[in-house]
Design a protein around this ligand. Sequence first.
Ligand SMILES: Cc1cc2nc3c(=O)[nH]c(=O)nc-3n(C[C@H](O)[C@H](O)[C@H](O)COP(=O)(O)OP(=O)(O)OC[C@H]3O[C@@H](n4cnc5c(N)ncnc54)[C@H](O)[C@@H]3O)c2cc1C
Length: 143
Amino acid sequence: MLVKSLEKLSCDVLVIGGGGAGLRSAIAAKLGNTDVILTSKTQIGPCSNTNISKAVIAATGWGPVDDDENVHIEDTIRGGRFLNDQAMVAKVAERTHSEITFLKDCGVNFDMHEGMLQVLKILASIGLKIVDGFSDTDRMFTA
Ligand SMILES: Cc1cc2nc3c(=O)[nH]c(=O)nc-3n(C[C@H](O)[C@H](O)[C@H](O)COP(=O)(O)OP(=O)(O)OC[C@H]3O[C@@H](n4cnc5c(N)ncnc54)[C@H](O)[C@@H]3O)c2cc1C
């Protein structure tokens, strides 16, 4: 809904920002049966870091079996030069696999290879750090 007049709106959950974080939060709130308003200062979808990042997403469990949460946590903490909030990193790592499933269920088109998600290795990562690349980032959330 585009709001052009200065009417008062009310909601249970107000999400500010139309990038990946905001859109995912809004979906979660809506699935929780709340009345949600999402507001963004730029166009939702194309005008965000989420879009220009090309959505190469670090996620475990889609490639070799020894790629797991601990690999993800270690890579993230090393990549962050040990400045990360490590409890937060562990929390994020817990959900990477299921979030890819969620995005697939939402209709996001991941790059596929022989019927499986395309899995890449990041050069700077230890061991078997795995990422999944989208081929059509600009439509990933607005599809
Ligand atoms: C080139 C590049 C490569 C990257 N590569 C990776 C990668 O390989 N792996 C990885 O995990 N991450 C990567 N990232 C980081 C990742 O893309 C971001 O951390 C993530 O997309 C941030 O999502 P977000 O929703 O928090 O912010 P954004 O996607 O930036 O969304 C913020 C939204 O908030 C809106 N907004 C801002 N201020 C206001 C306001 N005052 N009122 C209303 N709306 C507002 C903006 O318009 C925008 O829509 C990369 C980023 C870039 C730029």
